[in-house]
Ligand binder design. Structure first.
Ligand code: SF4
Length: 642
């Protein structure tokens, strides 16, 4: 039974859906390519279509860059301007449009969805908007013989707008995170460039937000793996949202899947923790940052730091597993920061945290235009401290991004090596140790980390009562039998996926190399430019060599790392590269080499977020080929979050 939860809004099956309404921008001064409005209408429609579909002929992709009228075929109309700039419709344009539109008068109770977010997550809505705007430069709508003025449109039947979903409840409750109760000196949301699509939140009242959240819950179907198309802005703190518990209760009626909630802990009072315990399974990512009230207050500007700090024993008491998250921000001397990291880890270990996650600090040029610290020095010292603390404690400590540690300390990459074990998990109780390399799982030989993770997840999902794991420890190799029915807090069968075994990140799948070969062969390319990232490049090179798929000497693959100019600062993650970074890099590469490559291959992960091949600014990856004139293929691969 749920106790003490304020249910002032009961689910009303007859209630109206929240209106998904979008403004039309009929007055902005867009720069058309063609001044003939009919030509410009067709160009806009075709160009917008080509940003969301790929034309085919007999099942093969066809490139289109212009059109001609059936009458007057001699004149070719280009779809994209010479510089490509007019083909760009990034979130910065949308943000400007939204800003200019928001100052225009609208009805008192009319709210609008963000077109920037729609263009990013559901570009077919933007296509409709552009089509309607173009049509309205030529025609007028009417009703019963009278002209009708329109300034917006709304989606009619939300069932038409359901998309594939992982069925994770966090897809819904993150909509409650529009505000924060802290003001951390390192908050990454402050370092977002203004044109990042996901930073565009419209300011709405909690009631308006809740109307949308209830509609999203109504259409959320974890079993069918369907949900309304997303439209998320930045996610801040969900627990400060006035309808936080009401929302969780509605969601719990819908699904028994775990709620994975990221929180800064400011609201983790005994009462809230007791209420959360009624809604298990729950897992918290608790941004503690420091176990010292003074330091936490200073880093996070949290005026009641004791609430978060004191929540750890309460979570344990209520049987809610949690990760303690620490950003070791060098706000003072390095030694003070490292000492505080040590004492915070010790506190978390004492309170039986499930895992400790150390997020290595970084910042964009929008966060600070001057260098705040030497990234390499800070990361190296933090990793060294983390490795020292791992020797001391039996709680898994992960330093993200994990590839940095692997690249610094491990000659051999992608190994299924254990870096920690969740206390009281089957892996921990079964005798696995940090440093063990997994060789076999249930008799199946293990080649690399992704394969080990897949097999362990399979074993856990199968409901088997035991499993055998062969490990290499130092020079010895031996088999351990794990009792999968024996475990206790902080391990949780609902939360853990790999029997409590923690690795150095996800690793790289060898199947990506096989797909790369297929992509290159389909294009019959001989000179290939592969654009990687600093963190993944060493593992990618190792996998490429070991695959022996490219040994015939016919093919040349240059593996290069574009700079992240868009975010700037000391950001160097491949997944944060945007279309313009790729364009600039490829143009520079062509000048440097004095030739164009036959093909550019880019891992799809910077374009994975929306599923529509858009970067974080909302720009479609196809613009890279349109602007550089070099064929571009995305190599499908999962986003590596760790
Ligand atoms: S708690 Fe998180 S969202 Fe809030 S200010 Fe700190 S870093 Fe930003």
């Amino acid at each position: 039974m749920l106790k003490n939860v304020n249910l002032n809004s009961k689910e009303d099956k007859t209630s109206q859906d929240c209106v998904f309404r979008y403004r039309l921008d009929l007055e902005s001064e867009k720069t058309p390519i063609f001044h003939h409005r009919l030509s410009e209408l067709v160009r806009t429609v075709l160009k917008s279509l080509l940003d969301v579909i790929v034309p085919l002929k007999v099942g093969e992709d066809v490139k289109v860059d212009g059109f001609r009228w059936l009458m007057g075929r001699e004149q070719v109309h280009q779809l994209f301007s010479q510089t490509g700039s007019s083909s760009v419709s990034s979130a910065s344009d949308f943000a400007k449009e939204e800003h200019s539109l928001s100052s225009k008068a609208s009805g008192p109770n009319i709210t609008f969805q963000s077109i920037a977010n729609a263009a990013f997550y559901e570009p077919r809505i933007d296509l409709i908007k552009r089509l309607a705007e173009s049509l309205l430069t030529l025609i007028e709508f009417g009703y019963e013989g009278e002209p009708v003025k329109v300034d917006s449109f709304r989606l009619q039947n939300l069932q038409d707008w359901l998309v594939a979903s992982a069925g994770d409840p966090s897809e819904i409750f993150e909509y409650a995170g529009s505000h924060c109760s802290c003001d951390c000196i390192f908050c990454c949301n402050r370092g977002n460039p203004p044109s990042v699509a996901t930073s565009s939140n419209l300011s709405r009242t909690p009631d308006e937000e809740f109307a949308e959240i209830k509609t999203r819950i109504k259409y959320f179907s974890p079993e069918a793996e369907k949900a309304l198309f997303p439209g998320l802005g930045c996610v801040y703190e969900t627990t400060t949202y006035p309808y936080f518990m009401d929302m969780l209760l509605l969601l719990r009626k819908k699904t028994s899947k775990p709620f994975r909630i990221t929180t800064n802990g400011t609201n983790l009072t005994p009462e809230m923790i007791a209420n959360l315990a009624e809604l298990k399974p729950i897992y918290l990512y608790l941004s503690l940052n420091s176990s010292s009230p003074t330091r936490r207050q200073r880093l996070m500007r949290d005026n009641s730091p004791e609430i978060a700090i004191n929540s750890l024993p309460l979570l344990k008491e209520q049987g809610i597993p949690y990760a303690v998250v620490i950003v070791p921000w060098p706000a003072d001397t390095m030694s003070e920061m490292l000492d505080d990291l040590s004492s915070t880890v010790a506190y978390a270990v004492n309170q039986e945290a499930h895992l400790i996650q150390v997020n290595l600090p970084g910042y964009s040029k929008h966060f600070s235009s001057v260098e705040l610290f030497d990234l390499d020095q800070v990361w190296k010292e933090v990793i060294a401290k983390v490795r020292e603390l791992r020797e001391k404690y039996d709680c898994p400590i992960v330093a993200m991004p994990t590839l940095y540690e692997e690249n610094t300390y491990h000659r051999r990459k992608n190994l299924p090596q254990v870096i920690g074990l969740v206390k009281n998990s089957p892996g921990y109780l079964g005798g696995l140790k940090r440093g063990d390399v997994i060789k076999q799982i249930n008799g199946i030989p293990v080649r690399d980390r992704p394969q080990a993770r897949d097999l362990l997840a399979l074993v856990q999902r199968s409901g088997a009562k035991e499993a055998s794991v062969k490990v290499q420890r130092g020079r010895q190799t031996f088999e351990l039998n794990l009792n999968l029915a024996r475990y206790s807090y902080p391990y949780s069968e609902d939360i853990d996926i790999y029997l409590g075994i923690i690795f150095t990140g996800t690793g790289l799948r060898m199947s990506y190399i096989e797909t790369l070969k297929e992509v290159i062969e389909a294009r019959q390319a001989k000179q290939v430019l592969f654009l990687s990232s600093e963190l993944i490049k060493p593992t990618f090179e190792q996998c490429l060599t070991e695959s022996r798929l490219f040994v015939d000497g016919q093919l040349k693959i240059d593996i290069e790392v574009p700079k992240n100019n868009f975010f700037g600062g000391n950001i160097f993650m491949g997944d944060l590269l945007v279309v313009q970074d790729f364009i600039d890099y490829i143009k520079g590469y062509i000048i440097r080499k004095g030739r164009k490559p036959d093909l550019v291959v880019i891992p799809s992960s910077p374009f994975n977020l929306s599923g529509w091949g858009r970067d974080l600014t909302g720009r479609v990856y196809l613009d890279i080929e349109r602007e550089t004139g070099v064929p571009v293929e995305l190599l499908p691969c999962a986003t590596i979050y760790d």
